[in-house]
Design a protein around this ligand. Structure first.
Ligand SMILES: C[S@@+](CC[C@H](N)C(=O)[O-])C[C@H]1O[C@@H](n2cnc3c(N)ncnc32)[C@H](O)[C@@H]1O
Length: 276
């Protein structure tokens, strides 16, 4: 970093920004030491000081091996969702599908499905991906990310969960992945204010079966079997209060193997359910 850019970092830190974030902003807005960009940098810093997430200000963020474009139309992909992708990669390696068909329900930026497609491609596995979201805005971001990473074996479907999926997929999907909304409205009020910048519909779900924020998970688990091929897998992220409910729901929906994994922070986080 040039001396001029070091001075800019120091200036932003004096305003109150975290040092690491100040460096990211300077690298983003003034990459070649172009001082005309300093006005945009100061505006970006002001947005951050007002509370906007750094990811939306920078406009892209790493997720597994991909650099994903993100803006306020989509949830910012989280580290625990990267762990879900790692679990899905291991589970796929154990399964029999040579050219897996994958459905990413509630794809948002496309994080889960596109990372899987990319990493499977690196292993020489030719997968096909269907990205589903009920938000046209989210699908536009996911589409842009697929183009950005030259991932072509992917289609985009506007649908509320399975409702408008092509019926010819029924019984042919090898893996359904989902990180659905799973925070109850009451919990949402208690969460960090920074979440208010993200789309509420990406985060908040109604309660179901007396379980907070469980309705979308319940729908996804209950209706998965119709779409999965024999031996097919459902892998879902959930909150740390959902372990018992997702496992019971998956068992009663006909899954023969049902496991649940902790995230790196030790919180219950990822359901893995497999059909016989
Ligand atoms: C928690 S975000 C996850 C985004 C992305 N998969 C990720 O992990 O970063 C949930 C996504 O589900 C979508 N969604 C919410 N309700 C939905 C529904 N009924 N049908 C399809 N997608 C839905 C939201 O638009 C949002 O993109």
């Amino acid at each position: 970093m040039t001396d001029a850019n070091q001075d800019l970092v120091a200036e932003l830190v004096r305003y109150g920004l975290d040092g690491r974030e100040a460096r990211w902003l300077v690298e983003e807005f003034v990459p070649g030491g172009d001082l005309d960009a300093v006005v945009a940098l100061r505006l970006g810093a002001q947005r951050r000081l007002n509370g906007e997430p750094i990811q939306y200000i920078i406009g892209h963020w790493p997720f597994r091996s991909l650099d994903l474009d993100v803006d306020s139309r989509v949830l910012i992909p989280r580290p625990e969702t990267e762990e879900l992708v790692g679990i899905a990669m291991s589970e796929l390696a154990r399964g029999a599908a040579g050219a897996p068909v994958i459905v990413d329900l509630g794809c948002g930026s496309g994080a889960i499905g596109l990372a899987l497609l990319s990493e499977l491609g690196d292993r020489g596995v030719v997968a096909t991906l269907v990205c589903v979201d009920e938000s046209d805005d989210a699908l536009a971001v996911a589409r842009r990310n697929a183009l950005k990473h030259h991932l072509h074996a992917v289609s985009f479907v506007r649908s509320s969960w399975y409702r408008d999926l092509d019926p010819s997929l029924a019984g042919h999907v090898d893996l359904i992945v989902a990180n659905p909304p799973y925070v109850s409205a009451a919990e949402f009020e208690e969460l960090e204010p920074v979440l208010a910048y993200e789309p509420r519909d990406a985060i908040v779900a109604p309660d179901a079966r007396g379980v907070a924020g469980f309705e979308d998970l319940e729908t996804i688990i209950n209706d998965a079997r119709r779409w999965l091929a024999p031996g097919g897998l459902l892998i879902c992220e959930h909150s740390n209060v959902h372990r018992d409910a997702v496992m019971a729901c998956a068992a009663s929906a006909g899954f023969t193997s049902v496991e649940d994994f902790d995230d790196m922070a030790g919180h219950p986080r990822v359901l893995v359910a497999r059909l016989a």
